[in-house]
Design a protein around this ligand. Sequence first.
Ligand SMILES: [Zn+2]
Length: 500
Amino acid sequence: MDRDFDAKLNEFKAYLKDMEYLNASIAGLYWDSRTYIPRGGAAYRGEVLGDLSAELYRKQTSQQMRDFLDYFSAQPDLDDVTRAMVDRLRREYDRTVKIPEDRYRAYVVAVSAAEAAWEDAKRKADYALFAPHLKELIAFNREFIGYWGGGDSGYDLLLDYFEPGVTVAQLDAVFEDLRDAVVALLNRIRQKPRPDDEFLKGVFPAEAQEKFSKYVLEKMGYSFDAGRLDVSVHPFTITLGVGDVRITTSYDEHDLRSALYSCIHEGGHAIYEQNIDPALAGTMLMTGASMGIHESQSRLYENLIGRSRAFWQYFYPEAQKSFPQLAGVPLEAFYRAVNTVQPSLIRIEADELTYSLHIIIRYEMEKAIFGGGADVADLPRMWNAKYREYLGVEPQNDSEGILQDTHWSGGNFGYFPSYALGNLYGAQFLSVMKRDIPDLERRISEGDFAGMNGWLREHVHRHGAVYQPGELIRRVTGEPLTAKYFINYLNGKYADIYGL
Ligand SMILES: [Zn+2]
């Protein structure tokens, strides 16, 4: 490479570093506004965040950015990291600048009106209040698909935003397998008595829950030297910069599972971010590979590991000390209780088995909207029919049906599939990890997470966003995305728990 190239690369990295610092500032202020900000400061903070985000947007779409991208895209021999950096920024740049500025501004206004209308509609269980806004957001997204050059495959472009490279054709194949397997398993479980989980619903003081959650997080590999645990209405993970990845939770004193599993879930996201190679700072790649890969890490820790027998063999004695009402409950009863299957209406309350069905329903709906031209007025009927068919439950009103999630009111179409993809990726990673570490279960039952974390750091975490999800899964597992490992895992686990 010539001197001109090196100078240009340094210039580009300095530009990106500015963007990262801006990002870090936004993250810090955002974290504070979700945890400790006094009520009186919220409005002004909103203005500050809006202004900083606009500044970041300007940097992302500037003429200078375009010049950098044009220059580096034309270079033949970029190393992997620089290539990934240029590709990622190019995707974001193209996606944004292809939308005429006035149309994008109109969209932002429409989204904010839709969010307000959705809140109102959900509270009143009145879909008609939200329907015109939903229709408008769908029309905007169709229009954007046109700018991006998509026609019939428009939904692919929406998926691609959250999960680069994933297509409807690919998802159809894996989700159909998954849906049929889960429905079949669910029908067999329904014939069996429901395990007792009443002992998880006593009174569990928030302080005791916090202490126990911190103990579990630290043991499983979350570093409190590079993070902290706080309280917010909705749990989340946020990276403020190198060495600072924070998580939040919310304690329900009447259900032990709620905060505990939200901590393990967010802990999975956070361990991922904590383990990204710090050398990627200044490349905009110091983040997860995609939404779906991020969910694969949180769900791996939360479900595949955090709801396993081995995990509780280690942690249960400490749980019994922390929560005296568990003293007389055998480990096996506890294990069954945290794995109870109960088809329900609400996605965020769903158990590990039925969760994917909630996602597949949303995926099929979005496909019908963007691929099949479904009428907005028909959507609630479609929603309810799918819940009846797959889960055997039916919403009594739209608040517990189509209005339950915020995603569509924010214009986020194509987001939902990442949650279910996380399940599939996670099981696929785990199958290889178990081959590489044959005594993985024994190690976990002894509280030894070093093997697991080391494996994930080496194969997944350290790479950040250098590889796209499809490439990453192929590199690590030698196979493309498949549902078979997750299906095998579910069949084995629930046959054992329910004696099928
Ligand atoms: Zn998550």
